[in-house]
Design a protein around this ligand. Structure first.
Ligand SMILES: *Cc1c(COP(=O)(O)O)cnc(C)c1O
Length: 528
């Protein structure tokens, strides 16, 4: 229309920054969470945001910061009566109304929300001035306002300050992946989800709350501390703990965590502990070794173990399980089948002696869809939930859950005669434009990816790493990236560079990359 040639348009489109118009959940001041949805405000989208707030908040206190509804044509009192009813239905603890219209309805809100604190301010500036006097602590805050109210000024005040490398976790994609795996299950098969190691790096409470909301049957963690964290985050689902020792018994019992019993010594010491506490029928999970050779009873020990459990009142077997060593690889299918047969043998021996039924499970993510016959009574979903499927040719339709992003701190022109970084290992072949980005091996970007092994995605191009990865920073060759500028967003892995590719380039597996992203990298939760 304005007569710009095609190549100019193409070049300038690359300079456009994406606008984040999705609901974002971030950590905020004083152990609060901020759910930021400050781009529109109407009763329909308010309902969606309140649902998401309720899903994440559980029993924690909630505050809703709401601007005027910019909706014309409907009676003002009628609109706010509907809003107040929505807030009342959700038991919102505090309402902060900002704008002249919502302030005019103060009496209506006080009447319809008698148990809530309701505060009103004529504009965003007025609220910002009052903010230091309002305590925000250990609560979930929904920020929802029409664009003209510039609520980004409020979110900037409420958010915890970050260094600009973030891991985005898309909870909608995670819910999609959960559904994909659920649809593969036989109708009676239960679902346990592995949320060990900080949910494969994605955050524990946030992910577990989503799983609880979607009613999975069981969660599993590696260590008691991880289970305690979930209880403190308000998770009431049953939780299996895989790696227990004597020192953790008290914490386990106090938090209703269910241990994996993997050897006679651990069986005996837990039995003695329960006996001393006067506890009976404590739920436990029996692990068999069928070829992984890590933890577990031998199959030949099954009958002796079952006789002891049956003779003592202290424990109750909730489930019996084993772990597959190579379920993702077709060349090991015969071995996998052998493991399953061994496992069935162990279950039969136990069932002959125990007087009650128990859940049998052996399948991890890859086995769920490659070997549906091994789903048995329950499956243990791990990496697939996080959108990664390591195996084979036919892949389930998974969505990317995690995106690791950083930004360019500085750009510099460097002549061909110079080198980049430590030990002068980055040798330039030409005059180059070098970008320094805010991520290093301390953040979990492996040092093995330096010297051109990996690249990062900048403005539609893959820019290779030059020189060694440093502790907190990495240098990229952006000579061939038109329009690049300081502050640009850089994708380390996610949508354009799959985490599987980064893992392969670093000579490792996606599990190690995902769980290795350090806690200093801020997690942001998105709901689309
Ligand atoms: C981690 C783990 C799983 C999940 O494995 P994925 O390959 O991530 O699906 C299942 N079972 C046990 C015992 C595990 O430790």
């Amino acid at each position: 229309h304005f007569g710009y040639p095609g190549d100019v348009i193409a070049e300038r489109i690359l300079r456009l920054q994406p606008l984040d118009m999705r609901m974002q959940l971030k950590r905020a001041l004083h152990q609060s969470y901020l759910l930021n949805d400050s781009y529109n405000n109407d009763p329909g989208s308010l309902q969606l945001a309140l649902d998401y707030l309720a899903q994440q908040a559980g029993d924690a206190a909630t505050t809703v910061i709401l601007s005027d509804m910019l909706e014309t044509g409907r009676d003002e009192t009628e609109i706010y009566r509907q809003v107040a009813a929505q807030l009342a239905a959700r038991n919102v603890h505090r309402l902060i109304g900002i704008g002249p219209a919502i302030s005019r309805q103060a009496a209506l809100f006080h009447a319809m929300l008698p148990g809530s604190v309701c505060l009103f301010y004529p504009d965003t500036q007025g609220f910002l001035q009052a903010m230091p006097g309002l305590a925000f602590r250990k609560e979930y805050i929904l920020l929802k306002g029409a664009r003209t109210f510039a609520f980004e000024r409020i979110s900037a005040q409420l958010e915890e300050k970050v260094h600009q490398t973030v891991m985005e976790i898309n909870l909608s994609a995670m819910a999609h992946n959960l559904k994909v795996y659920r649809e593969m299950l036989q109708p009676a098969t239960k679902l346990m989800v592995m949320v060990k190691a900080f949910s494969y790096g994605s955050g524990s409470g946030e992910v577990a709350r989503l799983l609880q909301f979607h009613r999975v049957d069981y969660l599993a963690v590696a260590y008691a501390d991880e289970g305690i964290e979930l209880r403190q985050a308000g998770i009431s689902l049953p939780i299996m703990v895989m790696n227990v020792d004597e020192a953790s018994f008290e914490a386990l019992v106090n938090n209703q965590l269910e241990p994996e019993i993997y050897s006679f010594p651990i069986y005996r010491s837990f039995h003695l502990y329960l006996e001393k506490q006067g506890l009976q029928q404590y739920p436990v999970h029996i692990k068999f070794n069928t070829g992984m050779n890590r933890l577990g009873f031998e199959v030949s020990e099954a009958a002796a173990l079952a006789r002891q459990i049956q003779a003592q009142p202290t424990m109750m077997v909730k489930s019996v399980f084993s772990h597959l060593a190579a379920s993702e690889s077709a060349k090991d299918d015969a071995f996998t089948e052998h493991q399953v047969l061994q496992f069935q043998e162990a279950c039969t021996r136990i069932q002959e002696i125990l007087s009650y039924p128990f859940i049998r499970h052996i399948a991890n993510s890859a086995a769920i869809f490659r070997r549906p016959a091994y789903q048995l009574d329950m499956v243990r979903l791990g990496i697939g939930l996080y959108g990664v499927e390591a195996s084979g040719s036919e892949k389930p339709d998974l969505h990317t859950v995690t995106i690791l992003k950083t930004t360019i701190a500085q750009l510099r022109k460097v002549p061909a005669t110079e080198t980049i970084g430590y030990n002068r290992r980055g040798v330039l072949q030409r005059d180059s434009l070098i970008a320094t980005v805010r991520i290093g091996y301390a953040d979990g970007f492996p040092r093995s990816l330096g010297l051109g092994k990996a690249g990062m995605y900048v403005r539609g191009h893959i820019a290779p790493v030059v020189g060694q990865v440093c502790m907190d920073m990495t240098m990229l060759d952006v000579t061939d990236v038109p329009g690049v500028s300081e502050g640009d967003e850089v994708e380390v892995f996610g949508r354009h560079i799959p985490v599987q590719q980064v893992a392969a380039e670093g000579g490792t597996i996606p599990y190690e990359i995902l769980t290795g992203i350090s806690q200093r990298v801020k997690r942001i939760y998105l709901e689309e």
